[in-house]
Every structure is written in structure tokens, then in C-alpha cells.
Design a protein around this ligand. Structure first.
Ligand code: NDP
Length: 450
């Protein structure tokens, strides 16, 4: 039995029923095979055994009262995975699907992603199985305050600095920051993704999507190609999808799809960004409302999706950008994308592509930008927000965007040079995982058994 297989079996025993977590660990460990097999030092220091076990896992009750005066109870999580490179840094997600497995897989991935940025940040993740949809402002505020009543004990500007993810935007960060300040009496950079009025960074909102588009640009440039005129299939219609679309336009491409949990929108002449932002950022409306001002577009409701996949990936396009959620692009989708001539897949979301689909892209030798590298723009600008808070400075939008572009270039170079070093120049999954792993693992060795 291989070392990797043994590790997964042990995890299944010690952390039962955490499917998404095993999937993430297996994906990472498989790509670390070349380095684990050839370097006894990492085994000697039990680096893998230590890496797959979070430094700390906090689970807590979040009681709150709804507008009808009824007491509600949710489950809150903060998983402080690894602090070898700096304070734990990673998102908070409020979504009914949140459970210990999902938070653990996200935290595990975050460790490598943060390492890959080259910035001084460790990895963590948190959230709650709370659904903000349909809740009043008062309910959201009471939930966030109750969540922070426990969380404030575990976080701090030099220990653990959470940010927003699905279901956690500037409003939720505001309510949590307010409660933190009330509980501790301190005004400090303990959360990122803050409002621009009180400590947020310009271009943070745009960072993940912009970074994702930059990453696609670097992958294509390495092949002597460019984004100009490319038809882009984007899934999702949230923060990452919208700003991927915005930067793709700026770089000369033509995004033709987006989607939400009600269905897929296809607009062959290009998604109208103003309408999309108005629908999603202002009116918080469903995507089918796009058709009124744009009758030439087509909406495919979820009920008409193919049994084995997602409608976005069945539309012919040159480049794919899964930007919605985990496991949204499966093997049947990958087959369809490849037969339609897709030449690059860039992951805006975390682990949106199933392992068998990744294998198909790798075998076909098309460009594949793993989320760990391609969506690291968000965490990178979060770190720039921490830097601005700590130095009491505010940088301009262009300055942050320039720094983001440079960081994405460094991430791409780091992943592709490492992939080349290990004899697999096309394999950015391997390159990103090994480059991130080496930085964390070497820091752990230098810091001793802690
Ligand atoms: P948002 O909540 O802003 O948007 C998510 C979008 O995906 C929404 O349009 C949502 O539709 C859609 N979606 C979610 N779940 C499903 C589903 N099961 N089926 C179909 N559509 C779905 O989230 P973000 O854009 O911030 O995040 C998207 C992904 O990117 C996540 O994987 C996140 O972890 C990752 N990410 C985000 C970063 C950030 O800075 N925001 C940083 C790095 C990664 P609906 O509204 O109808 O539910």
C-alpha cells in the first residue's frame, strides 16, 4: 500500500464522513507524489501527517432570534489549518451546505494557495450552515453578532484574519467587525473585505475575478496565444464571475455565458456587464430577468440541464471559467468542452472541476489553471489590505491592480517553473501543489515539531 493511500485510509478512520476533504487531500497528495517519493526528509519530519491535521478546529453553536421572535440555531466553524507562513488567512462562508468536511477541504486548499502567493500568510477557513438568502437585514445582523460572540476569542490581526466568501459580503463583514470592536474595544485589521469607508482596500472586490483573467492571459501567452477575441464560458454570477467577466472584456475577450442556481444565461454577442451587475449587485434578482432588456439572449433553466452536467459547458466556446462552486464541472462536461474546441480552463471557484475532468484536460494537453493558483488574487489583495491597515495607508485602485497583476504573474511563473522542474511542463496542478507544498513544508521543518 502506498504512503498516500495509507494517509487517506487513516483520514477516513480518524475524520469519518468528510468526502470533500478526502477528495482535496487525495488530489494534492497525488500531485506531490514525485517529491514525496524522492525526498525522505519530508517523510522523516512527518510533514504530510502534520499537514492533513488542522492545527485547531473550532465548532460552535450560533443561536439567534428571527424576525418572528423564534430562536434559531446554526453551526459555526473556524478551522485554523496551518500557521507556518503567517497568521491564518482564509474565508468565512455562510451557506446551508456548509459542514465540517467542506470547511476542512477549503482550509486545506487555502494553505497551499496562500503559500503559492509568496506572501506571509498561513491558511484557515470558517463559516456556518446559515442561509442568508431571504433573511432581513436585522436577522443577518443578529446572526453575524452571535457568530462573532464566539469567533472573537480566536481571531486577531496577527493570529487569524478571516474574510468573506459565499454568503459573506461587505454587509456581513461590517456587522461582524462592529461586534468584534464592541467585544474587544479594539479597532484593528481583524477582518478583510471591509468597506472602503473604514479600512477596506480598493480592488479587493474585483481581485479574485481579475486575478483569474490575468492567470488565463499568462497561460495563453506562454503558448504564444492571447485572450483577444476568445469566446469565454463563465459559470456563476457572483463576485468571482462578475469580475472575471469585467477583466476578460478589458483584456479583449468575449464572455458569452454566466449562471446562477436557477439556470444558465447565454448571450452570443457577449454578456452585458451593466445589466448583470444591476441584476446581481443592486436588485439581487434571478438571471432570467436579463432577457427583458436583451431578448437576443437565451436562458436555460436548471430543469433543462443535461442529466450528466451543467448547461454552461455544453455551449461552444474557446475558454472555460468555472466560477460558481465546487464540483460543478464533471467528466461529461469536460468531454463536451474538448469536443467543442475549448483550449483552456481557468478555475475561479474552489475545486469546481472533478478529478476525472481534470485528468481529461490534462490528457488532452489543454491549459488548465487550478483554482489554488488562478483564484489566489482574492487572498493576495486581502493580504494587501492587511498591509495597508498595518501601515495606516491607502493605495489607489490602479496601484492595487498593478500589484495584483504582478502577484498573479509570480504565481503563474512559480507553478509553471516547478511543473517544468518535475518534467511535466503542462501540469500546473502539479506545479502549483509542489511549489506551495515546498514553501510550507520547509517552513514547518525550520520551526520544529509544533
Ligand atoms: P457568490 O456567492 O458571490 O456567487 C456564487 C455564484 O455561484 C452565485 O451566482 C450562485 O448562484 C452560484 N452558485 C453557487 N452554488 C451553486 C450551485 N450549487 N449551482 C449553481 N450555481 C451555484 O460567491 P463568490 O463568487 O464569491 O465565490 C464563488 C466561488 O469562488 C466559490 O467556490 C468560492 O469559494 C470561490 N472563491 C471566492 C473568492 C472571493 O474572493 N469571493 C476567492 C477565491 C475563491 P445563486 O446566487 O443562485 O446561489
Amino acid at each position: 500500500m502506498t504512503y498516500i493511500h495509507q494517509t487517506i485510509l487513516k483520514l477516513q478512520h480518524t475524520s469519518p464522513a468528510q468526502t470533500e476533504f478526502y477528495q482535496a487531500v487525495e488530489e494534492v497528495l497525488n500531485s506531490l507524489r514525485p517529491i514525496l517519493e524522492n525526498d525522505e526528509n519530508y517523510r522523516h519530519h512527518a510533514i504530510i501527517e502534520r499537514l492533513v491535521e488542522p492545527e485547531r478546529q473550532i465548532m460552535f453553536r450560533v443561536p439567534w432570534v428571527n424576525d418572528l421572535g423564534e430562536i434559531q440555531v446554526n453551526k459555526g466553524y473556524r478551522i485554523e489549518f496551518n500557521s507556518a507562513l503567517g497568521p491564518y488567512k482564509g474565508w468565512l462562508r455562510f451557506h446551508p451546505s456548509v459542514n465540517a468536511s467542506i470547511i476542512k477541504f477549503l482550509g486545506f486548499e487555502q494553505v497551499f494557495k496562500n503559500a503559492l502567493t509568496g506572501l506571509p500568510i498561513g491558511g484557515g477557513k470558517g463559516g456556518a450552515n446559515f442561509d442568508p438568502k431571504g433573511k432581513s437585514d436585522g436577522e443577518i445582523m443578529r446572526f453575524c453578532q452571535s457568530f462573532m460572540n464566539e469567533m472573537y476569542r480566536h481571531i486577531g490581526p496577527t493570529t487569524d484574519v478571516p474574510a468573506g466568501d459565499i454568503g459573506v459580503g461587505a454587509r456581513e463583514i461590517g456587522y461582524m467587525f462592529g461586534q468584534y470592536k464592541r467585544l474587544t474595544g479594539r479597532y484593528e485589521g481583524v477582518l478583510t473585505g471591509k468597506s472602503l469607508l473604514w479600512g477596506g482596500s480598493l480592488a479587493r472586490k474585483e481581485a479574485t475575478g481579475y486575478g483569474c483573467a490575468y492567470f488565463a492571459q499568462y497561460m495563453l501567452e506562454a503558448k504564444g496565444d492571447s485572450l483577444a477575441g476568445k469566446r469565454c464560458l463563465v459559470s456563476g454570477a457572483g463576485n468571482v464571475a462578475i469580475y472575471t467577466i469585467e477583466k476578460l472584456y478589458q483584456l479583449g475577450a468575449r464572455p458569452i455565458t454566466c449562471s446562477d442556481s436557477s439556470g444558465t444565461l447565454y448571450h452570443a454577442e457577449g454578456i452585458n456587464l451593466d445589466t448583470l451587475k444591476d441584476l446581481k449587485e443592486v436588485r439581487k434578482a434571478r438571471l432570467d430577468n436579463y432577457l427583458a432588456p436583451h431578448p437576443g439572449a437565451k436562458f436555460i433553466p436548471v430543469s433543462e440541464y443535461p442529466d450528466d452536467g451543467h448547461a454552461v459547458w455544453r455551449i461552444p466556446g474557446d475558454l472555460a471559467f468555472p466560477c460558481a462552486t465546487q464540483n460543478e464541472l464533471g467528466a461529461a462536461d469536460a468531454v463536451e468542452l474538448l469536443s467543442n474546441g475549448c483550449i483552456a480552463v481557468t478555475e475561479g471557484a474552489n475545486m469546481p472541476t472533478s478529478q476525472d475532468a481534470v485528468d481529461l484536460f490534462r490528457d488532452a494537453r489543454i491549459c488548465f489553471g487550478p483554482g489554488k493558483a488562478a483564484n489566489a488574487g482574492g487572498v493576495s489583495v486581502s493580504q494587501l489590505e492587511m498591509a495597508q491597515n498595518a501601515s495606516m495607508q491607502t493605495w489607489s485602485f490602479d496601484e492595487v491592480d498593478r500589484k495584483l497583476k504582478a502577484i498573479m504573474s509570480r504565481i503563474y511563473q512559480n507553478a509553471s517553473e516547478t511543473a517544468r522542474e518535475f518534467g511535466k511542463p503542462h501540469d500546473l496542478v502539479l506545479g502549483a501543489n509542489i511549489a506551495g507544498f515546498r514553501r510550507v513544508a520547509d517552513a514547518m521543518i525550520e520551526q520544529g515539531v509544533v
